[in-house]
Design a protein around this ligand. Sequence first.
Ligand SMILES: NC(=O)c1ccc[n+]([C@@H]2O[C@H](COP(=O)([O-])OP(=O)(O)OC[C@H]3O[C@@H](n4cnc5c(N)ncnc54)[C@H](OP(=O)(O)O)[C@@H]3O)[C@@H](O)[C@H]2O)c1
Length: 167
Amino acid sequence: MSKIISILNCDQNYGIGKRNGLLFRLPADMAFFKASTLGHVVAMGENTLLSFPKQKPLKDRVNIVLSQDETHNYEDVVNVHSFDEFLKQIRANCADNDVFIIGGASIYRQMLPYVDEVWLNKVSADGEAEVFFVNMDEREDFELVEKKEPVMDNGYQTQVHIYRKIR
Ligand SMILES: NC(=O)c1ccc[n+]([C@@H]2O[C@H](COP(=O)([O-])OP(=O)(O)OC[C@H]3O[C@@H](n4cnc5c(N)ncnc54)[C@H](OP(=O)(O)O)[C@@H]3O)[C@@H](O)[C@H]2O)c1
């Protein structure tokens, strides 16, 4: 059965970004992200699309992008302009494919009630973040179901934690 999954990395304080960019350069994490999402659907807020190289959507994936402004419509993207429409598109696409929520901070938070799983790659370092995710270990609606092997990634120790919604 297909799922809605938030995928992200965070620092030791659950920080996820600063200056509309990422905290660390993590090639192994990028490879994990690519392998996980290729061929599937990715859903994001407008700032996350604008943070990509040349502000282009991700190749070989359906890209759903939420912006409040009706005049902001991007090429090769499913453009939506309200959170209701965003959820509708996610649910429609989820019927036969996994949907990955790929940021940013505001979207991860708003989507928490609707995701089945959170794949959180925790980096053992302080990235001096300006935007934050939630502390998943304090949430009573999710359980930690798997920890992947720790990996050294560009000098940082990282470990993917999988949290599943308790139904
Ligand atoms: N660590 C990670 O794995 C990871 C992954 C992705 C992103 N990030 C980081 O997250 C940061 C960006 O986060 P962010 O929160 O600023 O940006 P974001 O979630 O990508 O985009 C925010 C924009 O989405 C639109 N939006 C959000 N909620 C909406 C709603 N309910 N209705 C209509 N439009 C809505 C708004 O567009 P309008 O302005 O048009 O209203 C808003 O400005 C960056 O630092 C980025 O690097 C980190």
